[in-house]
Ligand binder design. Structure first.
Ligand SMILES: *Cc1c(COP(=O)(O)O)cnc(C)c1O
Length: 369
């Protein structure tokens, strides 16, 4: 997000915007039709384009990623416990709790910080109904192991794919794994529609259920059949999404070049850990996480040194969800020690398409100084 700071300030991210004239051009039909929301023409167009871009069979748009996830969980009609990760954004756990379900936290692996599939099975009880893993920073979860375990125990798998817009694993769109995936199009993500999100899902029969749930459960002029919410994406969002979709590949290419530059400077340095890239994944280069593990300066020190130069990295994710004020009385964050440790060691460095390569060099100089 662009923040109200002097020009030389570097934020962790900066929202990409299409040429203003193109957006204004797209607004004209809205002024003519006065159809501003409730599944209008742009909504329809955008959904169709995304289905193709993401290579997913079914897709429903939402006002934001969180509502997509919350309503997906509701649509799956789950009960009892849901296994998830504490190393994520507030949204993942909140969506579970707000559905009246109990999150059970599984630790992460120390290599790519996604849910540790080795620990998954021991957390399954007769109350477990689903697994909600997160593709952290664009790293893909162990989708094969998770599928195999879920199948054996008849559990649903709903991925939080907020970080993996447009990624592919083994040549397949990332939204094809599990029963469903949530994508976020928030302004700070690789791809955005100001705010926005989508649910991609395997079973076509889920489409009318999600449509109904995002529109208050309304099924006709005089009938309301379920306790839905308001999760509709409006036409201004859809128009922004349609435009940004034209530029997203170019943006990802720019991000990739910057990530390569970071990696070149920071890899192989003692005490600095970068996750290895999986050759089976087509990445979107959403984030530049660096873990300081035994480096001569710790994470907080580097965070402060960068801030002194008006460079604002982010402690993301810190703290872990199971130590949030609203959850800490019910959970012990030390039960997921890897997540607890990584959250204290990780820093995501500035990364956005318009970032100057020289700024990457400056950030690396400051870290390595
Ligand atoms: C951004 C994000 C969300 C929520 O998406 P919104 O579109 O902001 O509601 C959920 N999970 C993760 C991991 C995210 O990064």
């Amino acid at each position: 997000m662009t923040e109200d700071r002097p020009d030389h300030s570097i934020a962790v991210t900066r929202s990409s915007l299409p040429p203003l004239e193109e957006y204004v051009e797209m607004l004209k039909p809205l002024w003519e039709s006065a159809w501003l929301t409730n599944m209008g023409e742009y909504h329809k167009q955008f959904a169709g384009q995304l289905k193709e871009y993401l290579h997913v069979p079914n897709l429903e748009l939402f006002v934001n990623g969180h509502m997509a996830l919350e309503l997906l969980l509701q649509a799956m009609d789950l009960s009892g416990e849901v296994i998830t990760t504490p190393f994520t954004f507030a949204s993942t756990t909140h969506a579970i709790v707000r559905n009246g379900l109990t999150p059970v936290f599984c630790d992460i692996n120390p290599v790519d910080y996604t849910l540790d599939a080795d620990r998954l099975e021991s957390l399954i009880t007769e109350k477990t109904s689903a697994i909600v893993p997160v593709h952290v920073y664009g790293h893909i979860c162990d989708v094969e192991r998770i599928a195999e375990i879920a199948e054996r125990h008849h559990l649903k798998v709903i991925y939080d794919a907020a970080h993996t817009f447009g990624e592919e694993y083994d040549g397949r769109g990332i939204g094809q794994f599990g029963d469903a995936s949530m994508f976020s199009f928030h302004a700070t993500k690789v791809f955005h529609s100001i705010e926005g999100g989508a649910a991609a899902f395997r079973e076509e029969a889920l489409a009318p259920v999600l449509y109904e749930l995002k529109n208050f459960g309304i099924t006709g002029y005089e009938s309301v059949e379920s306790v839905g919410a308001n999760g509709k994406m409006n036409e201004f969002q859809a128009a922004m999404g349609i435009l940004n979709l034209r530029y997203v590949d170019a943006e990802i290419a720019k991000r990739k070049a910057l990530v390569m530059r970071y990696r070149e400077r920071l890899s192989g340095v003692e005490g600095i850990r970068l996750s290895p890239e999986n050759p089976k994944v087509r990445y979107n280069y959403a984030y530049m996480p660096v873990v300081f593990d035994g480096y001569r300066k710790d994470r907080d020190q580097i965070f402060s040194e960068l801030a002194e130069h008006d460079i604002h990295a982010r402690k993301y994710f810190y703290p872990c969800v199971n130590s949030y004020d609203c959850y800490k009385d019910r959970y012990d964050a030390e039960e997921t020690p890897v997540a607890a440790r990584i959250s204290r060691q990780v820093l995501t460095l500035p990364l956005y398409a318009g970032l100057e390569p020289e700024t990457v060099d400056l950030i690396c100089d400051l870290i390595l100084r």
